[in-house]
Design a protein around this ligand. Structure first.
Ligand SMILES: Nc1nc2c(ncn2[C@@H]2O[C@H](COP(=O)(O)OP(=O)(O)OP(=O)(O)O)[C@@H](O)[C@H]2O)c(=O)[nH]1
Ligand SMILES: Nc1ccn([C@H]2C[C@H](O)[C@@H](COP(=O)(O)OP(=O)(O)O)O2)c(=O)n1
Length: 226
């Protein structure tokens, strides 16, 4: 049995984590685990964690570590038989340490995107909440403005994408992201990609994952023959 591959993708709001995660899932057959979708599911289901999370998100703040970890780790336990890519978690050192105690990671992808690019992207982001499909009027617009391509249902703009909420989130993100980046750099698994366009970053990420995944699978084959 080939060894499973586990990765996380990190970056500030609007950096393209979801967009690139979908491409990775499609190209490499990894399960895309979106922490943001898990949060929104819990909010919609009015779970205890969801109700608590909503109070923080409305203020443009991150959900507290113990709430995110309580929400996330049980979902990872359901995925022990799969290779996956975790999107948007960890965002703090405490979350990274909690994840590290639960499983080993092969790669941590870090997106380093300029502030002005993030603001521009999120002003034009529209989503279809039931499916989590993401659009952008400049990058990947829907066929019909304001309507989801698959269901025709209305698209919305997220509350925490508003410029005033975004400024608070970006400031907070910068404060909490550095220890996480240092944590993965120290483990030798951090790979940072800097650009303003996803289409220019994607080939480099694809090359990295092709190399890493084939190395893991060839090591697993060698181990099974010895
Ligand atoms: N113009 C432009 N928009 C992009 C590019 N890449 C992604 N987008 C759009 O920018 C917005 C943010 O991309 P996401 O993939 O949602 O970013 P994210 O990091 O998952 O964002 P959060 O879920 O808020 O953390 C979306 O509307 C994307 O369609 C790009 O290269 N250029
Ligand atoms: N580790 C995490 C992941 C998401 N959240 C919160 C922050 C966001 O407002 C919502 C939705 O996350 P999502 O990844 O979709 O949004 P952003 O990347 O923050 O733009 O959940 C969090 O507080 N901590």
């Amino acid at each position: 049995m080939s060894k499973l591959f586990r990765a996380v993708i990190m970056g500030p709001p609007g950096s393209g984590k979801g967009t690139i995660s979908e491409r990775i899932a499609h190209s490499f057959g990894l399960k895309h685990l979106s922490s943001g979708d898990f949060v929104r599911e819990n909010i919609a289901a009015k779970t205890e964690a969801g109700v608590l999370a909503k109070t923080y998100i409305k203020k443009g703040l991150l959900v507290p570590d113990h709430v995110m970890t309580r929400l996330l780790l049980p979902r990872l336990e359901e995925m022990t038989k799969y290779s996956w890519l975790l999107d948007g978690f960890p965002r703090t050192l405490a979350q990274a340490e909690a994840l590290n105690s639960a499983c080993d990671l092969d790669v941590a992808i870090n997106l380093n995107i300029p502030l002005e690019t993030l603001k521009e992207r999120l002003q034009h982001r529209w989503i279809h909440p039931p499916s989590g499909r993401v659009y952008n009027m400049c990058f990947n617009p829907p066929h019909v403005q304001g309507k989801d391509d698959i269901t025709g249902e209305p698209l919305i703009q997220q509350e925490d994408d508003r410029p005033e909420a975004l400024v608070a989130r970006l400031r907070h993100y910068k404060d909490v992201a550095k220890p996480v980046i240092d944590f993965y750099k120290a483990k030798g698994i951090l790979y940072t990609f800097s650009d303003t366009e996803t289409d220019r970053i994607w080939p480099n990420i694809s090359t990295l994952l092709s190399t890493k995944i084939s190395t893991i699978q060839s090591d697993a084959r060698c181990a099974s023959t010895h």
